[in-house]
Design a protein around this ligand. Structure first.
Ligand code: FE
Length: 145
């Protein structure tokens, strides 16, 4: 699903395999390396993606799928512990992608299928605990600090 190189202590450069789904591959990598606190950023090319938009009025996500070739102009996210399941990495990722006409779309990333390449940096904060709780007022899993 991916190849990687550790470039400094706890910092990895990843090359995801063509046609894999970004969140799936990233989750597998975090599980392999036991990363429960960290950051991710990168770029790439995708042919199908589903983005989410949280409607603050209803606290419901509205999902939309785009089936077209796009460049990931920015992917940024964080890694923490899944609420109630500390041994599962919880990925929170946002994405901006550019279309053939050079306009951009984006949102909270639910899934994205690579068509070309996807190059990411993953930083493992190691020994840091980043827990979350579900905030019922906002409707989001927030950091528990
Ligand atoms: Fe989000």
């Amino acid at each position: 699903m991916y190849k990687y190189k550790e470039v400094s202590d706890g910092k990895y450069v990843l090359s995801l395999d063509n046609h894999v789904e970004v969140c799936e591959a990233l989750s597998a990598f975090c599980k392999e390396k036991d990363i429960y606190a960290g950051a991710v950023y990168g770029l790439g090319a995708i042919c199908e993606a589903t983005f989410r938009f949280l409607d603050p009025a209803t606290k419901q996500y509205v999902d939309k799928t785009f089936s077209e070739q796009m460049e990931i102009t920015n992917l940024i996210g964080n890694i923490s512990q899944k609420p109630g399941d500390p041994l599962t990495p919880y990925l929170h990722i946002h994405i901006t992608a550019s279309r053939r006409d050079y306009t951009c779309i984006g949102g909270h990333l639910l899934s994205a299928r690579i068509n070309g390449a996807c190059e990411l940096v993953v930083e493992d904060y190691r020994d840091v605990v980043l827990e979350r709780y579900f905030d019922t007022q906002i409707g989001l899993n927030l950091y528990k600090f």
